[in-house]
Design a protein around this ligand. Structure first.
Ligand SMILES: Cc1ncc(COP(=O)(O)O)c(C=O)c1O
Length: 435
């Protein structure tokens, strides 16, 4: 099972490192062992590298491939659009169609602004909040990730990145400029937020959070926390922003806000929206988004590029039309994968916890039980997870070394069975090398 050959990837990476820093186009990709892999094909739930190794894929392009690779309706729409032009530098009707779909699906959406990446749309949401409130400060939460652009990369308590509990999951260095207006608060702690807002509330334009702390450990908020945060924002006149870059369209057709019943003022959407074509959006109430008609500039050469927009229309149509089948199945399949991994962990005595939120799993190694906070998540060990992911890759399972797994709507029961057989062997190996 482990006689896979990665020589083509190794050779390519040796050359790429002389051309591209670390040989990769997003820093974390350099962490993959036995080598960062070099791919040339992906279809359905599978991805293939240049050495001809095929993997069951749980990286899913870092999340966007909710419908799997090459979903037929998306590819057909994009192929058709290719012969009609890629970038007009002007409007096209599919943009309005997409805005309408998003408004129909996402509870907080009355107006929609399109961008290209999640990071950009997060920045746009903050700018809108500042313009709408006339205030500057922004509250963000420990371990929550809002893209790699400077002002939002602060990760630790009240501090610049790199000086908090840890720069994970953002590989921030001390070169990032954060500024004193970003206030970092512990999440899922009503008192901490109430205390911060009681002191600084009058300066705070927005409170931004991942409504499920995916990057902080894949944590659900305690019952009532999101509603309390909503109330505190109303009390102090701050806007509540949900970063649903990961959870949007994945946890439910209308995202975490629909599933959890708390509606923010602004929402950031990306990943699953475009099935891999780069597109993001900031959505919100008309009365807030109005600043984008007056004081807030919003720009981007590639905003509304036709391929991404038609891909997003096809994606949302597929999700909406098949919602009754897709979402329950994604939940069940992900739960059975999580359960299977837990059973294998018990069998091998591996100190592994698996936290599930819809079609998202996060594995924690040797972390406090149960993992309930970002601090617990940070207390887990990273090296065994990296070893485990290496052992999985050697057995045909592509899973990130961070332990964050994305399940797609096209993973099959057979994929899960194959994965659990590999997990069995990979855990045995990982535990044995640590003994
Ligand atoms: C919650 C969240 N927000 C924002 C981003 C940034 O999105 P992008 O990588 O498209 O800039 C990410 C990326 O993983 C994310 O997980």
């Amino acid at each position: 099972m482990t006689d896979r050959n990665f020589s083509g990837s190794v050779r390519y990476m040796d050359r790429a490192r002389t051309l591209i820093p670390r040989g990769v186009t997003s820093s974390r990709r350099a962490m993959l062992r036995p080598t960062p892999l070099v791919f040339n094909h992906a279809e359905g739930s599978r991805i293939t590298d240049i050495d001809g190794n095929t993997y069951v894929d749980y990286v899913a392009g870092y999340g966007p491939m909710l419908l799997g690779h090459q979903p037929e309706p998306v590819i057909t729409a994009v192929q058709k659009q290719l012969t009609a032009g890629v970038l007009y530098g002007g409007q096209h009707e599919a943009e309005g169609e997409l805005a309408e779909r998003i408004i129909h699906m996402v509870p907080s959406a009355e107006r929609v602004l399109f961008n290209v990446t999640g990071s950009e749309a997060d920045q746009a949401s903050v700018r809108i909040a500042r313009a709408a409130t006339g205030r500057k400060a922004v509250v963000k939460f420990e371990g929550h990730y809002h893209g790699w652009l400077d002002p939002l990369t602060a990760n630790g308590p009240g501090s610049a990145p790199g000086t908090g509990p840890s720069p994970r999951p953002v590989q921030t260095a001390s070169y990032n400029v954060v500024g004193p207006e970003i206030l970092v608060c512990p999440w899922n702690d009503v008192e901490a937020l109430a205390d911060l807002l009681s002191r600084r509330g009058a300066d705070v334009a927005a409170v931004i959070m991942e409504p499920v702390a995916v990057n902080g450990g894949n944590l659900w908020a305690d019952d009532g926390y999101l509603a309390a945060a909503r109330e505190l924002c109303d009390e102090y006149g701050c806007l509540l922003i949900f970063d649903e870059v990961v959870t949007g369209f994945r946890l439910a057709p209308g995202g975490a806000q629909q599933r959890l019943g708390v509606v923010p003022d602004l929402t950031v959407l990306a990943k699953a929206l475009g099935s891999g074509f780069p597109i993001s959006a900031v959505v919100g109430q008309a009365k807030i988004m109005r600043v984008a008609e007056t004081t807030v500039g919003h720009a981007g050469t590639y905003n509304g590029n036709t391929l991404a927009v038609v891909a997003a229309n096809a994606t949302l149509e597929t999700l909406e039309t098949n919602r009754d089948a897709i979402y329950p199945r994604l939940e069940t399949l992900s739960a059975s994968l999580a359960k299977g991994i837990r059973e294998q962990a018990d069998k091998h005595g591996a100190p592994l916890q698996v936290l599930q939120a819809g079609g998202l799993l996060r594995l924690h190694w040797n972390a406090p039980t149960p993992v309930r906070s970002y601090a617990d998540s940070l207390a887990g060990q990273t090296k065994p997870l990296q070893d485990f992911s290496e052992q999985l890759i050697k057995r045909g399972i592509h899973a990130r070394e961070t332990g964050l797994w994305y399940i797609s709507t096209v993973h099959t029961d057979a994929d899960i069975d194959q994965t659990l057989r590999a997990v069995d062997e990979a855990l045995a190996e990982t535990v044995a090398t640590r003994a």
